[in-house]
Design a protein around this ligand. Structure first.
Ligand SMILES: [Zn+2]
Length: 81
């Protein structure tokens, strides 16, 4: 087994364990209905919808990646004024 395969297996296991222990992060959805931290992944968008872990209420978002993307987006808009 290659090191990369080992790492991947370890990572997936860690993710599964984390999901069971912790409350799911709530992700932000963009205007296309895609998950902000993973905007190219239609599967992720579908999952977010099915599992109700996506929201367009920014105040409810807990995913750090989504929040940082939203924050940077706001900053870019502010600077464009
Ligand atoms: Zn997210």
């Amino acid at each position: 087994m290659s090191t990369a395969t080992n790492l991947m297996a370890h990572f997936q296991k860690a993710l599964m364990l984390r999901d069971k222990r912790q409350k799911r992060d709530l992700h932000a959805l963009n205007s296309d209905g895609m998950v902000v931290c993973n905007p190219r992944d239609k599967e992720a968008a579908h999952r977010a919808e099915m599992e109700r872990i996506g929201t367009d209420d920014r105040a409810a978002v807990t995913c750090r990646k989504c929040l940082s993307v939203l924050y940077q987006h706001d900053r870019v808009q502010d600077e464009g004024e």
